[in-house]
Structure formats: C-alpha cells, structure tokens
Design a protein around this ligand. Structure first.
Ligand code: AP5
Ligand code: MG
Length: 190
C-alpha cells in the first residue's frame, strides 16, 4: 500500500488537487478537515468539541485526528493506497502515523507538498469563502491565525520528512492543471 501525505499551508490547493490524485493512482482520500466538518454538521459530541477550535483557526487535539486516521485505514479496502490531506499537522501526529503504519509493516511513501506564499493563501481563501461559506474562511483574523498555526506547528514537518528523504515540494503557483502535472511527475516515481 502507498501512503502519501498531501502537505501544504491553508488554501494551497490540497483539496483541489486531491481529486485528480486519487483517481489517477487509485487512492482513498482522507481529509481530516473534511471529516471534522462532517462531525460538526452532524452535531456529534466530537463535532461540538472541535467546532470552536476550528472556527478560531486552531488545531484540534492530536488524539482526535489520530483516531480518525487509524479507523479509516482499518475500514477502507479496494484501493492501492491512501492520500492524507491535512494530516499529519504536528510532530506528535507524524510520530503517531509512523507507529500506526509500523503495526502492519507499512511506512509513509512520500510527502507531496504544495507551496504558495502567505499573501496568496489569503487571496485564495477569500475567493473560496464567497463560494463555499466555510466558517474558518469567514474573516481575515481567522485566516491569519491559521497561517500562524501552520508556520508554528506544521512547518517543522518539512524537516521531519526531509531528513528521511520523503519530502517533495511542488510550486503551487500557476493554473490548477500546471500544479497537477507537477504533482503527477513526482508521484509517477513511486
Ligand atoms: P483543513 O480542511 O485541512 O484546512 P486547511 O489545511 O486550512 O486547508 P484548506 O482546506 O483551507 O486548503 P486546501 O489546501 O485544501 O485548498 P483548496 O484546494 O480548497 O483543516 C481545517 C481545520 O480543521 C484546521 O484549521 C484544524 O482546525 C482542523 N484540522 C484538520 N486537520 C487537522 C489535524 N491533522 N490536526 C489538527 N487539526 C486539524 O484551495 C483553496 C482555494 O484556492 C479554492 O477556492 C480553490 O479553487 C483555489 N485554488 C486551488 N488551486 C488553485 C490554483 N492553482 N490557482 C488558483 N486558485 C486555486
Ligand atoms: Mg482542503
């Protein structure tokens, strides 16, 4: 099984590119953000706990997302691998992922990182806010908090995966098709 991490700051285009990636490589897409939004919409206990954190641009506790990932791994079959969108996002999550995969003799295949500058994050998320109405896209303050959270808590993963030669950075500037082709040229190697 292949285990790809789709990495990148908020609004970089992870969700946008995931569709083409799962189709071409027969992967199951797991977006922890989308799973959490589903819990909020369904009004579950987990959703209620996550709501305020997400809507302030903060991360939910590591154990919550680790549990979600492990249960998806166990229940999904018939694919050649998984595409983890927005997970891991902290060093403890990355270590937990290594441990979860090691239980079945598996490991992370590669981290595909879509990179854009902070000013473009703001621009893209404001554009999406008009179409999708996500609560965490609603104000500049929240978006800025997500950017700060990314730099402080998630960016250290670049070094974590870089050290084991599993970090592959892609320029996220350009058309959706240009970025997709850059991603495919990296993934074709695995
Ligand atoms: P999550 O849902 O993962 O949000 P995110 O990482 O902030 O990323 P986004 O979904 O905002 O951006 P994207 O990269 O998918 O961009 P998109 O393709 O939509 O997480 C939400 C929250 O959940 C977190 O803040 C946290 O609270 C919680 N959470 C999730 N995972 C967690 C974890 N592991 N641990 C703890 N907490 C967690 O594109 C953005 C816009 O740009 C779209 O409008 C798109 O059409 C446009 N666009 C895309 N590509 C291009 C292009 N090439 N040119 C022009 N426009 C483009
Ligand atoms: Mg997304």
């Amino acid at each position: 099984m292949k285990y790809y991490i789709l990495f990148g700051p908020p609004g970089a285009g992870k969700g946008t590119q995931a569709t083409a990636m799962v189709e071409k490589y027969n992967l199951h897409h797991i977006s922890t953000g989308a799973l959490l939004r589903k819990e909020i919409a369904a009004g579950t206990e987990l959703g209620l706990q996550a709501k305020a954190l997400i809507e302030n641009g903060c991360l939910v506790p590591d154990e919550v997302v680790e549990g979600m990932i492990e249960s998806e791994f166990k229940t999904v079959t018939g694919v050649d691998g998984f595409l983890l969108d927005g997970f891991p996002r902290t060093l403890p999550q990355a270590e937990a992922l290594d441990q979860i995969l090691a239980k079945t003799g598996e490991e992370v295949t590669a981290t595909v990182s879509i990179m854009i500058p902070d000013a473009m994050i703001m621009e893209r998320i404001k554009g999406r806010a008009l179409k999708e109405g996500r609560a965490d896209d609603a104000s500049e303050d929240i978006i800025n908090n997500r950017i700060v959270t990314y730099h402080n808590q998630t960016e250290p993963l670049i070094e974590y995966y870089g050290k084991v030669e599993k970090y592959h950075e892609i320029d996220g500037i350009g058309t959706i098709e240009d970025v997709r082709d850059r991603i495919f040229s990296v993934m074709d190697k695995f």
